[in-house]
Design a protein around this ligand. Structure first.
Ligand code: NAP
Length: 249
């Protein structure tokens, strides 16, 4: 599981990253647009974890197209690392625009500045276009993911191309009060948050979850410690089809 850092800033971001790494997180997700790469880098250094044991991910703001290399060098400088493990295009542009950015991404990978390159918030058709025109398949597409957002077309498409679907916003994009999730939580003696993270794992989708509270950070790691029965996974999958709109007010 990746530690999401959107809206974490300043000393709180540094402490949050340090705390998460001390608890066992090994992948940190940030973005140029979050304005916190310096704080995330400080947290990484404060943790004392070897660079080789960490995955550092940041995202290039597509609106900065044309300034890819300088943006990447600034991200590396702020994070205090000499390479990224994964660099993502934060969102799609028109086909020509995405291709131009992607070509710079390929150059960065060939230069050894990033280990892997991917995209975020791309539709399968936008991925197809990029691959057809560049011949280079993204390693990852980071998309909002959850029961309501389950997209079998995207899942099959990305699996066929070998693209890892990474799920961002596992809590903020989901119905934390949904009765099916609450029933599973009660059955397993877990929180709805833990059930959602486990459901991501059952789908083979690594989650990018943000938590600043040490209790939340620790609780989220335990999603690896239990499993959901296939019938429970199917029941949660069906949330996408139901008409439940939230708790009675
Ligand atoms: N690629 C993209 O376009 C994109 C877009 C959005 C997000 N992301 C990435 O995905 C990450 C996560 O998404 P998000 O920031 O929208 O939020 P999220 O992970 O869906 O939800 C975070 C919220 O859930 C709370 N929380 C976490 N664990 C909990 C637990 N076990 N019990 C109760 N509450 C818990 C957090 O509280 P505390 O903070 O108080 O612990 C925080 O308020 C982002 O930080 C970012 O890295 C990427």
């Amino acid at each position: 599981m990746s530690l999401g850092t959107w809206r974490m800033r300043g000393p709180a971001a540094r402490r949050g990253v340090e705390e998460a790494l001390a608890l066992g997180y090994r992948c940190v997700d940030t973005a140029t647009g979050y304005g916190n790469e310096r704080d995330v880098g400080a947290g990484i250094r404060a943790s004392g974890i070897e660079r080789g044991d960490l995955l550092v991910v940041t995202k290039f703001p597509e609106e900065d197209a044309g300034r890819e290399r300088e943006t990447l060098l600034r991200s590396l400088d702020l994070l205090g690392v000499d390479h990224l493990d994964l660099w993502l295009v934060h969102g799609p542009l028109d086909p020509d625009g995405s291709l131009a950015v992607w070509e710079r991404f390929v150059e960065a990978r060939e230069a050894g500045l990033v280990r892997a390159i991917g995209v975020s918030n791309f539709l399968p058709t936008q991925v197809d276009d990029l691959v057809a025109r560049s011949g280079v398949v993204p390693a990852v597409n980071q998309v909002a993911f959850g029961p309501r957002l389950l997209d079998p077309v995207l899942a099959r498409h990305h699996a066929a191309l070998g693209i890892v679907v990474q799920g961002h916003s596992p809590f903020s994009e989901n119905d934390l009060w949904h009765p099916v999730l609450r029933a599973a939580a009660g059955h397993h003696g877990r929180s709805v948050h833990q059930i959602l993270l486990r459901w991501h794992l059952e789908h083979g989708v690594p989650a990018v979850a943000k938590a600043a509270s040490p209790a939340h950070l620790a609780a989220n790691l335990t999603a690896h410690e239990f499993t959901l029965a296939p019938a429970e996974v199917e029941a949660i999958d069906r949330i996408a089809d139901d008409a439940w709109k939230g708790p009675a007010r």
